[in-house]
Design a protein around this ligand. Structure first.
Ligand SMILES: Cc1cc2nc3c(=O)[nH]c(=O)nc-3n(C[C@H](O)[C@H](O)[C@H](O)COP(=O)(O)OP(=O)(O)OC[C@H]3O[C@@H](n4cnc5c(N)ncnc54)[C@H](O)[C@@H]3O)c2cc1C
Length: 506
């Protein structure tokens, strides 16, 4: 994702990947959250959709194993792309290569040396040891990140004691419910898809493709479990039997694994010319959010890194940590909460009951959905940076409510003959000054940056959220006038934001 983002911005990148061949482990079943909107804005959602089981606003989800009936809200705030990780990786690889990024497989990074002008990377590749020189290096090398270690970035946090056994398995037809929505067991009876707690542990049953069920089991007392040992079908089955009190026959295993959850967050996302993104920067103790946060890191970083390569160093690159660290912190908080709720204890059961009561209220349900989506946090308004080059922290309470948030998916009036909507404007990752009301002050201030920030005039198909929007290449709103703002204030505010995000005038 990051390689493609860099290529969109005209930066030259190379991917060094240790694995000689693409991975086949199923891992994630899909993406949930803002990244789905971002893929739409890059024109990738339509491309990925034919391979997905589901793409769009999701009518139901869970939080800490409590069902979230999102359809009740009418316009579910949570978006999902149900696409297995190996296909996602293959598609993203294709997308990066189409944009000219070389993907060098079988190249394990082993050393880094930073100096004033760049970084020298030492790698072991198919023909032995090699050195690669780059202006910047981004460690997207996962939980055990070599780059993070070499850059001396701490990765504080905890490893949870639970071990979850996961199997993608075939079940005999006699235990699969006829409507396909779960299992039908002789003693237990119906066991719907989802999570089930007993006083001995937790079981999860999901189905993401015909004929294959994902069965997970987490025992309260995982006697003698060695998280590093390969899991067998027999072990999975006996774990399920211990928790459920009934055997669930399983005829074939397509993938078996053990997962240990961790809560970790890199102390900083940047050490000089080395940056981190994805699992290298954060690990969450409950599923569903990792790719959302990790791939959004990439979209946040790509254009900033490219701008710094083009225009020279500045405060812009520091905003990557400033914006993405709090997003991971927030995700850590909500996944920690989920991990506690998912325990098989009386206390956790009480918490789940209370939580289910809370989400029976629409406002609470929407709040939780936005929390998972990642849209509940707002970036700081950096246009107000100080004379010493430092920027202010936190969104300005007086700013337009869209500032610091991902731009909504606006549609434009077809009669104007211009772009059809925001998604069309953002496909190539260019910044846009969207003039929605024809204000002279907007055009005047924007004209000085017109070569790097495309001015676009359009009329919203519905009510316009603001007279104008300054949209960054990653889709975040950098500036918008508040209603009633004078022309002088519009000129000053827009000029400050343009200067901060896009440098000196043309
Ligand atoms: C069972 C399971 C289910 C999951 N389900 C979900 C889900 O439903 N939704 C979700 O969002 N997330 C899910 N996740 C988490 C998700 O899979 C990870 O967050 C995601 O893979 C992280 O992507 P990444 O690119 O940051 O790191 P990784 O996927 O770990 O990729 C890192 C890459 O770096 C390479 N590498 C490592 N070291 C080096 C080196 N020294 N030199 C060169 N290359 C190197 C590796 O070979 C690897 O290809 C799940 C994880 C598991 C295990």
């Amino acid at each position: 994702m990051l390689a493609r983002e860099l290529a969109l911005q005209g930066a030259s990148a190379v991917v060094l990947e240790k694995a000689p061949e693409p991975r086949t482990e199923p891992k994630a079943n899909g993406l949930v959250g803002q990244i789905v909107e971002l893929l739409h804005y890059r024109g990738l959602l339509d491309r990925f959709r034919p391979e997905a089981q589901f793409a769009g606003r999701v009518p139901a989800f869970t939080f800490g194993s409590v069902p979230l009936p999102l359809a009740r809200l009418g316009d579910s705030p949570l978006q999902l792309l149900a696409l297995p990780q190996p296909r996602l990786e293959a598609l993203l690889t294709e997308c990066a290569m189409e944009r000219g990024v070389p993907i060098r497989r079988g190249c394990a990074v082993q050393g880094l040396a930073q100096d004033r002008d760049g970084v020298t990377v030492r790698l072991r590749g198919p023909v032995g040891e090699e050195h690669v020189r780059a202006s910047y290096v981004v460690g997207c090398d996962g939980a055990h990140s070599t780059v993070r270690g070499l850059a001396g970035i701490e990765f504080p946090g905890t490893t949870k004691p639970d071990v979850t056994k996961i199997g993608h398995v075939t079940l005999p037809p006699e235990v699969v419910a006829t409507d396909g929505n779960g299992l039908e067991l002789p003693a237990t009876g119906p066991l719907p898809l989802g999570w089930h707690h007993t006083d001995r542990g937790r079981i999860g049953v999901m189905s993401t493709r015909p004929g294959v069920h994902i069965v997970t089991v987490t025992e309260n007392d995982p006697a003698g479990a060695d998280p590093a040992a390969p899991l067998t079908l027999e072990e999975l089955r006996s774990g399920v039997a211990r928790v459920l009190g009934e055997d669930v026959p399983m005829t074939e295993a397509h993938w078996l694994s053990r997962v240990v959850n961790q809560s970790r967050l890199a102390a900083r996302y940047r050490a000089g010319r080395v940056l981190l993104a994805g699992d290298a920067a954060h690990l969450f103790p409950a599923g569903g959010s990792s790719l959302n946060v990790g791939m959004t890191d990439a979209v946040n970083l790509g254009w900033k890194l490219a701008a710094v390569l083009r225009d020279g160093p500045g405060a812009l690159l520091d905003t990557y940590h400033d914006e993405r660290y709090p997003a991971a912190e927030r995700t850590l908080a909500q996944t920690e909460g989920q991990a506690v709720m998912m325990a098989s204890s009386e206390e956790a059961a009480a918490l789940r009951e209370l939580f289910a009561e809370l989400v029976s209220h629409d406002a609470a349900l929407r709040h939780i959905a936005e929390l998972i989506h990642g849209s509940d946090i707002r970036h700081g308004q950096y246009g107000e940076h100080r004379a010493d080059g430092q920027h202010g922290e936190g969104a300005d309470a007086d700013a337009h409510p869209l500032v610091g948030r991902l731009v909504p998916d606006l549609s434009f009036d077809a009669e104007s003959g211009g772009p059809s909507g925001v998604a069309e404007l953002l496909a190539e990752g260019r910044p846009v000054l969207l003039d929605l009301a024809g204000r002279t002050a907007v055009a005047e201030a924007g004209s000085r940056w017109a070569k790097r920030v495309e001015p676009v005039a359009a009329r919203c198909a519905g009510a316009a959220p603001a007279d104008a929007l300054l949209i960054r290449p990653d889709g975040w709103v950098a500036w918008a006038p508040v209603p009633g703002e004078t022309d002088a204030a519009v000129r000053a505010g827009l000029t400050r934001a343009l200067r901060f995000w896009f440098g000196s005038p043309d």
